[in-house]
Write a protein that binds this ligand. Structure first.
Ligand code: SF4
Length: 336
């Protein structure tokens, strides 16, 4: 019997994802009510500076009636975020020091990270860029930061990040990808994105065409933290991306009360692989102001990856990584 070839087509229109974006919930009270939770019994607090944002396709994967749901915990602003803890700061990775041009960060040799968009489809409460000064890094449609890449032949890979690069309209994204591929020494293009996770309908036929028509070898690093984030809609989107030849990887953040148990992490790796995605990094949470309640001790993190190693083939065990400001590479903690 011939091998089954996965479909590149997706069953939705390009008008759907902008609608999901505009309909995303921004009111914590409404989110809790929709999940059959009593808002008076949950210590939430609105945050005007980093307001809640939850698209409906992501809400649909939360368990009603569970205030500790691992997806809800990632997006609900809590009062505890206002407490100050020593060592938790606005820019723990000191990205300001490695910003080589407005909107362009170069931490490591051979690649540069472009802040392609200042906005995201979801606001993750643990985000290490939740205090990032996006206003200082605005790009116009000519993406002036590309000039730095043009003059640096050592840069072989451009990472599109943000914010989230898939918040750009296809026409803008096409212009950006075209400008990058016109730089002869750039060979690889990497997307760091969570949009397909929270709004799988972002993976349109038009986007697939755009990603497959470039000469650049393209990868997509998704961001899922818990196996409950995978559903049939996302599976359809991932199958289409895989069928288009995009290398799919995942990075997670280890978060207390979300995925700091080996069962969740093992299930996540297995479910990702089932959808053609390889686990890449499991990040130690960065010491970002307002996120101390997600912190996991390093010894506990090492214990978890040891348990994963005992249960999974090596290619399904992510690298437990910590970013060290000023270092030439991430610190990998698996075997230390
Ligand atoms: S999608 Fe990524 S950049 Fe955006 S809020 Fe979440 S973690 Fe931060």
């Amino acid at each position: 019997m011939p091998a089954m070839i996965p479909s590149k087509s997706v069953p939705w229109q390009s008008s759907e994802w902008p609608r999901h974006l505009s309909e995303a919930l921004r009111d914590p009270r409404e989110l809790l009510t929709r999940l059959d939770l009593d808002p008076e019994s949950v210590p939430y607090e609105r945050d005007a500076a980093f307001e809640m944002r939850v698209p409906m396709p992501f809400l649909a994967r939360m368990r009603p009636g569970d205030p500790n749901d691992p997806l809800l915990r990632q997006v609900l602003p809590l009062r505890v975020e206002r407490e100050h803890f020593p060592g938790f700061v606005a820019d723990p990775l000191e990205e300001a020091a490695v910003t080589v041009a407005p909107g362009l960060i170069q931490k490591y040799a051979g690649r540069a990270l472009l802040i392609a968009s200042p906005v995201c489809a979801v606001h993750c409460r643990y985000c290490f860029r939740r205090h990032f000064p996006y206003a200082e890094h605005r790009q116009d449609l000519s993406f002036p930061s590309l000039r730095h890449i043009e003059t640096n032949p050592t840069i072989r890979e451009v990472i599109l990040s943000g914010g989230d690069p898939l918040m750009l309209k296809d026409s803008v994204l096409a212009r950006l990808v075209g400008a990058i591929e016109a730089i002869p020494h750039v060979r690889w293009l990497r997307f760091h994105t969570r949009v397909p996770v929270v709004i799988p309908q972002r993976v349109t036929t038009e986007l697939l065409d755009l990603l497959t028509q470039t000469r650049l070898t393209t990868s997509m690093v998704l961001h899922l933290n818990h196996p409950n984030e995978l559903d049939d809609l996302l599976g359809t989107a991932l199958t289409a991306l895989h069928a288009s030849g995009i290398t799919l990887l995942n990075q997670s953040v280890l978060l207390r009360g979300v995925n700091d148990n080996c069962q969740a992490l093992i299930q996540l790796s297995e479910a990702l692989y089932q959808q053609h995605v390889l686990p890449y990094y499991l990040h130690m949470p960065d010491k970002v102001a307002g996120t101390h309640h997600f912190d996991v001790p390093e010894e506990r993190a090492r214990q978890l990856v040891r348990q994963m190693s005992d249960a999974l083939p090596g290619y399904l065990v992510p690298r437990l990584a910590r970013e060290v400001p000023g270092a030439t590479a991430k610190e990998i903690l698996n075997f230390l």
